[in-house]
Design a protein around this ligand. Structure first.
Ligand SMILES: *Cc1c(COP(=O)(O)O)cnc(C)c1O
Length: 402
């Protein structure tokens, strides 16, 4: 991965300031801001962009999204809801998803007056309805459907199988009237999030088409007003493997416009909840190389951090782009080893052989003890998705570049 000279300088400055032996995230929000601007100009006006804040709940990401004019945030816990409001989002910019919302969380949603609760089961519908009836309020909801189909080429799918998410598509049409009958809930539409990390726009568009099919059946059997809002969830992929095959926003935008026209859905409201696509390229995880040694003929690079700081590559078995920032520290001893144009394992400080910063060994041009190992596309599902307390090491700093 090629680091911009600005990011490289920031990393170098942080590494040089303070003591040696550190790990940190660098966040630089310009990519996120331009992603939001790009989405806004490419997509039809009736498509609202929400930030799925589990990708990165750091206040800098929330504020950048807000300042860039994002439609709102998708939350999945009361904690996320409170952080969003603290960052300046209004309750009317919040939608709430998640298969296990507690009664306390549902009550918080209803009293705070958030825009939409995505209902994931009949139990949840009844629970929320009772709370609202007690409070004397009505809550707008979308019903989350577990679709019958699977999206091709996704890193993770949530559909086409038995699932804790949503109500099965083949039960949904029979159960819908039971939810409509709940007088303190107002059904606004559907939520169908089928897959994450999809790089091929046509695969996600096929998802949209099937959701439109479902929406048209609902409108036929019941009333158009039950499907005023259609939420496709997230899923735009990021090219972690640097194949050059980025998700094509222009292809997605023109395909979606065509589908909207084909179904005559110009009067509906659409929602995208994007996490990875917005946040991934605004973050870098950096960790000092504490040791380099040969083991059975292969170089082992040992960083100060590890999977407790950045768990994604090893947990999802996918390499991220990487880079080395050379710091030029004096050698610890004369004959110390280095890596020169060879394959190396990149491990961390944990006493656990699963602790790696890349899923597979990688070829490194040159790395010395004291250099900084940098992992790119670490702005999404980094810090907050990692097991930060494992072995009671220090947490990495999170440094926001102004
Ligand atoms: C995680 C999540 C998202 C974001 O998914 P990405 O693949 O990061 O875009 C959107 N909606 C819901 C309901 C989610 O759980």
């Amino acid at each position: 991965m090629r680091l911009s000279s600005n990011i490289e300088k920031v990393i170098r400055d942080i590494a040089a300031s303070g003591s040696s032996g550190r790990s940190f995230y660098v966040y630089e929000l310009t990519p996120m801001v331009s992603k939001i601007a790009g989405l806004r100009s490419a997509l039809p006006e009736r498509v609202e962009i929400f930030y799925a804040m589990k990708a990165n709940p750091h206040p800098a990401f929330l504020r950048a999204a807000l300042d860039a004019g994002i439609g709102g945030v998708e939350i999945a816990s009361i904690g996320e809801g409170k952080k969003a409001i603290e960052a300046g989002f209004s309750p009317k910019q919040i939608v709430f998803t998640g298969p296990g919302k507690s009664p306390e969380e549902l009550r918080w949603a209803a009293t705070t007056g958030i825009r939409l609760v995505h209902i994931e089961s009949l139990t949840e519908a009844h629970r929320l309805n009772s709370i609202c009836s007690e409070l004397g309020t009505t809550q707008n909801i979308l019903i989350r459907v577990n679709p019958n189909f699977q999206v091709h080429g996704a890193q993770a799918t949530f559909s086409g199988d038995s699932s804790k998410f949503g109500i099965d598509q083949n039960q949904f049409l029979d159960k819908l009237h039971l939810i409509i009958a709940l007088s303190n809930l107002s059904v606004q539409g559907l939520h169908v999030y089928s897959a994450s990390g999809v790089l091929v726009a046509s695969d996600l568009l096929e998802n949209c088409r099937r959701v439109f099919e479902l929406a048209s059946v609902v409108s036929e059997r019941h009333h158009v007003d039950l499907c005023k809002v259609i939420d496709f969830g997230g899923g735009f992929g990021i090219d972690y493997l640097e194949t050059g095959a980025d998700f094509s926003l222009p292809e997605y935008a023109s395909g979606l416009k065509a589908l909207i026209a084909r179904y005559g859905y110009e009067d509906r409201q659409f929602v995208l909840e994007l996490g990875r696509y917005l946040a991934a390229d605004s973050g870098w995880y950096c960790s000092e190389i504490l040791d380099i040694k040969s083991s059975l003929g292969v170089k082992q690079v040992v960083c100060q951090g590890g999977s407790h700081h950045f768990r994604r590559p090893v947990a999802l078995k996918i390499n991220h782009p990487t880079s080395i920032v050379s710091i030029g520290r004096p050698p610890v001893f004369e004959e110390q080893e280095e890596v020169v144009d060879e394959e190396a394992f990149i491990g961390g400080a944990l006493c656990n052989s699963a602790d790696k910063l890349t899923a597979e060994p990688i070829v490194i041009q040159h790395a010395r003890i004291g250099d900084i190992f940098v992992v790119g596309l670490a702005g999404a599902y980094g810090y907050s998705m990692s097991h930060l307390d494992f072995l009671s090491h220090e947490r990495p700093e999170e440094v926001v570049v102004p």
